[in-house]
Design a protein around this ligand. Structure first.
Ligand SMILES: Nc1ncnc2c1ncn2[C@@H]1O[C@H](COP(=O)(O)OP(=O)(O)O)[C@@H](O)[C@H]1O
Ligand SMILES: [Mg+2]
Length: 251
């Protein structure tokens, strides 16, 4: 199997403070990786940098995705190549209707991926959207409202999952998609992640809380502390973390 993502020797700073240090990570196509670590370890920084957030400065290292060096590409270019990130804290944008935002993003992504692609009509798209929203138990009236404005934490996370289903990326980076969800929403979100993975999607799931891992079976578990991946293993690491927290990984 080939590596879909390869992060080599990555060091990243924000506001002149180094957050990631010599970080290495390889993700093979079709695998499901979990990154766990205490608050402030740099997990969200890693996901933001993988998607090209402009606030973070890459000092050294390289990000290779699907055989291409994407280190200096814009977030839009990365999304077209098949990178996807769900935000730990999805932004609220007043005045931008959720369904219109999704339609525009959908058209931009798929037409850039395939020049011969024919966009659906507004009506056809709204049918696609309704179906996907239903499977995530998203109330249809949310789709007409301003993007995330006044949405509950759980509703925002489900909208992120809706985007994952719509945009069909090669790699889904899910930053604490489990936080703020009640148990029913957590199960629905976990089911969706599993479905995406069973359909050959590759997953990098970031969490600091092991509960979602009762529903999702990772191929690899990485522990991140102070801007570095300090341990990589299998599922057995989860039990370890459940019992002793992250303290045993902090030197
Ligand atoms: N915009 C920012 N300005 C300054 N420091 C930041 C900024 N964003 C993140 N950091 C710092 O980077 C470190 C890692 O944060 P983060 O990546 O959010 O960790 P995690 O997601 O693992 O909790 C923290 O010490 C945090 O305070
Ligand atoms: Mg975080």
């Amino acid at each position: 199997m080939s590596n879909l993502l390869e992060v080599k020797n990555l060091s990243v700073e924000i506001n002149e403070q180094e957050i990631l240090r010599d970080l290495d990570l390889k993700i093979e196509t079709g695998t499901l990786h979990v990154v766990m670590g205490p608050n402030g370890a740099g997990k969200s920084t890693l996901s933001n940098v993988l998607l090209g957030h402009p606030n973070f400065k890459v000092n050294t290292g390289q990000i290779l995705f699907a055989g291409q060096d994407v280190t200096n590409l814009s977030p839009e270019e990365r999304a077209i190549l098949g990178l996807f990130m769900s935000w730990q804290q999805p932004p609220e944008i007043d005045g931008v209707a959720l369904d219109q935002f999704l339609f525009l993003a959908y058209k931009n992504i798929f037409s850039a991926r395939d020049k011969a692609w024919i966009a659906p009509s507004v009506f056809e798209f709204s049918e696609i959207l309704k179906k996907q929203a239903e499977s995530l138990k998203i109330k249809p009236e949310l789709l007409k409202r301003s993007l995330n404005v006044g949405f509950s934490g759980g509703e925002k996370k489900k909208i992120e999952m809706l985007q994952l289903s719509l945009f069909n990326p090669k790699l889904a980076i899910l930053d604490e998609t489990d936080s703020g969800l009640d148990i029913d929403a957590l199960k629905i979100v976990a089911e969706n992640i599993n479905m995406y993975h069973q359909n050959k999607g590759t997953v990098l799931l970031i969490t600091h809380y092991p509960q979602i891992l009762e529903f999702i079976k990772p191929d690899f578990v990485h522990v991140m502390v102070k801007g570095k991946i300090v341990t990589t293993g299998g599922e057995e690491l989860i039990n370890n973390i459940k019992q002793t927290g992250f303290s045993s990984f902090i030197k």
